[in-house]
Design a protein around this ligand. Sequence first.
Ligand SMILES: [Zn+2]
Ligand SMILES: [Zn+2]
Length: 145
Amino acid sequence: MSGIADSDERLRGRCLCGGITLSVPAGAHAIHACHCGACRRWHGGPALVLQAVDDLRIETGDTLVRRFASSQWAERAFCGACGSSLFFHSTGDGQHYLSAGLFDAIAGARFESEIFIEAKPDWYALEGAAEHLTGEAFLARIGAG
Ligand SMILES: [Zn+2]
Ligand SMILES: [Zn+2]
């Protein structure tokens, strides 16, 4: 890994106030956009997240992390000081979907898909995703449908 990766090859990010720093393994992360109503309410617009990461480390500010149970199978975490949304945590399989905006640069990232495409309002559009999936198709793919 080059550039932004540290010697132990982790990608590091932080919340807006800097109270929370976290890291995930460096690598060519896939990015998903989610247009579902919960994500848009949570993020203020479509969510842009790193695909499932099972090795998330909260490096500093662990006591600032607040968790909100947004459904029976997921929780959403945010910074208790500045409100930055940190990640979506799928409690069934333990995967985390990190907010892409926490990271200054994500070397090798690729925009893989837009999901819950049927929930996207008409007044914006994104470009560059390799595929577009309905919520039903996405949930079926991850075995949650
Ligand atoms: Zn913060
Ligand atoms: Zn969503």
